[in-house]
Write a protein that binds this ligand. Structure first.
Ligand SMILES: [Zn+2]
Length: 79
């Protein structure tokens, strides 16, 4: 039981450390997207844009949820 508690504690510490300092810069508005531990509270993340949308290569962008629609529209208007 003692060992088990220790394992749980170290796991939580590691998880906290990894999450607290992670953020992306939104490719659309240029502001930070903080990656909180609760996925439901996240305001954005990495999005893969397929070749069919970019007309070039598949690209990966960091975007806020609120910026995603605008970013997709930019690609759709770029023809
Ligand atoms: Zn944004």
């Amino acid at each position: 039981m003692k060992i088990k508690n220790s394992e749980i504690k170290s796991h939580l510490t590691k998880a906290k450390y990894e999450i607290d300092y992670k953020y992306y810069i939104c490719d659309y508005c240029g502001k930070e997207i903080i990656l909180t531990s609760n996925k439901d509270e996240r305001t954005g993340g990495l999005v893969y844009f397929p070749q069919s949308l970019t007309k070039r290569n598949t690209i990966k962008l960091a975007l806020h949820n609120k910026c995603l629609r605008a970013a997709i529209a930019e690609f759709e208007n770029y023809k």
